[in-house]
Design a binder for this molecule. Structure first.
Ligand code: PAF
Length: 317
């Protein structure tokens, strides 16, 4: 009853908020109310959670599908989190298409959408954030200093609000996946992290909301990142388990990236441990690693990664 009242506050007559079979919840209190209601209903349905910043694509839908397969209920969130953008980064330009996203969620049978405002998520009087100890100093963190603190903070808040049994993240942001796994371990947050393999276009380009920024002229060359990382992966695998120098692998990847004149900047190439993203001096297919890179194609920032060796079996579903 209370739930119905809560829903009707934001319900029919308010445009975006009413969707048959997709409950849209906009406030923290309503979400807590919904969780209490579900709990009182009994039945032991687990809750799977897919946090997003919207502009949903097939990659997100794969996460939703995994969640639906493994859980009785699936909750998605859409919140373009300002604290994970650096100054001058593309916060204002970030694609927003809530109506289309809601239709996609509904079509894919997602049960609940958490769609809070910035004011709902960040009080002007806030005192705390969550700061990962070492991550901000390594590769993605160096390139975007606010990123890991912003992600750790918002993800902790979302976990506290939604209280999911399982949470789904895409392998495409592998450093984010590893960060979040450490976050729930370090802070004893009771959700299990599932990392879902990257979804790619037919040429290998990893699906991403940012691909929308590529011009028609640039798009045919955007597979350069995947092709270059694949060169590194093959090099490690051809060692048949023996150790090779990470520097040599990195040099081969950089050479391949530089062969494409549209690559305007190589932010980093990293050969790191799949456990904590620390850089490795040598690598083998036996011990496994994560090869990752961020480049600019024209002005568009592309990131991607490949998992090598046993890392595959450790972290991806
Ligand atoms: O991967 C994303 O879309 C965001 O970093 C996340 C996890 C939703 C936090 O804002």
């Amino acid at each position: 009853m209370q739930i119905q009242r809560a829903m009707s506050v934001v319900g029919p007559g308010k445009g975006l908020t009413s969707r048959r079979n997709l409950h849209v919840i906009r406030t923290v209190n309503e979400m807590h109310e919904w969780r209490r209601h579900e709990y009182r209903q009994g039945g032991g349905r687990t809750v799977g959670f897919v946090p997003t910043m919207g502009a949903l694509h097939e990659g997100h839908m794969t996460l939703m599908k995994h969640s639906k397969r493994e859980n009785g209920l699936t909750v998605a969130s859409i919140f373009v989190n300002p604290t994970q953008f650096s100054q001058g980064e593309d916060l204002d330009k970030y694609p927003r298409q809530v109506e289309a996203d809601m239709n996609l969620l509904k079509k894919n049978g997602v049960d609940v959408l958490f769609l809070p405002s910035s004011e709902e998520m960040y009080s002007p009087n806030k005192l705390h954030h969550v700061e990962p100890a070492a991550f901000s100093k390594i590769f993605e963190g160096q390139a975007r200093p606010e990123f890991f603190r912003g992600v750790s903070t918002i993800v902790t808040k979302l976990f506290n609000i939604v209280r999911p049994d399982f949470s789904y993240f895409g392998q495409k942001d592998i450093s984010q996946c590893i960060l979040v796994r450490k976050l729930v371990e370090d802070l004893n947050i009771p959700t299990k992290i599932r990392v879902v393999s990257t979804v790619r276009d037919s040429d290998g380009l990893a699906l991403s909301s940012r691909n929308a920024y590529l011009t028609a002229e640039e798009r045919p060359f955007a597979d350069i990142l995947y092709r270059s990382l694949s060169v590194g992966k093959k090099m490690i695998e051809s060692g048949n388990g023996s150790e090779i120098s990470s520097k040599d692998v990195e040099a081969a990847i950089r050479k391949q990236l530089q062969s494409e004149s549209r690559v305007s900047n190589i932010e980093y190439v990293s050969i790191a441990s799949h456990l904590d993203m620390k850089e490795l001096e040598s690598v083998s297919s036996k011990n496994g690693c994560v090869i990752s890179s961020a480049v600019r194609l024209g002005t568009v920032r592309l990131i991607d990664n490949l998992l090598v060796g046993k890392a595959y079996y450790d972290i991806v579903c």
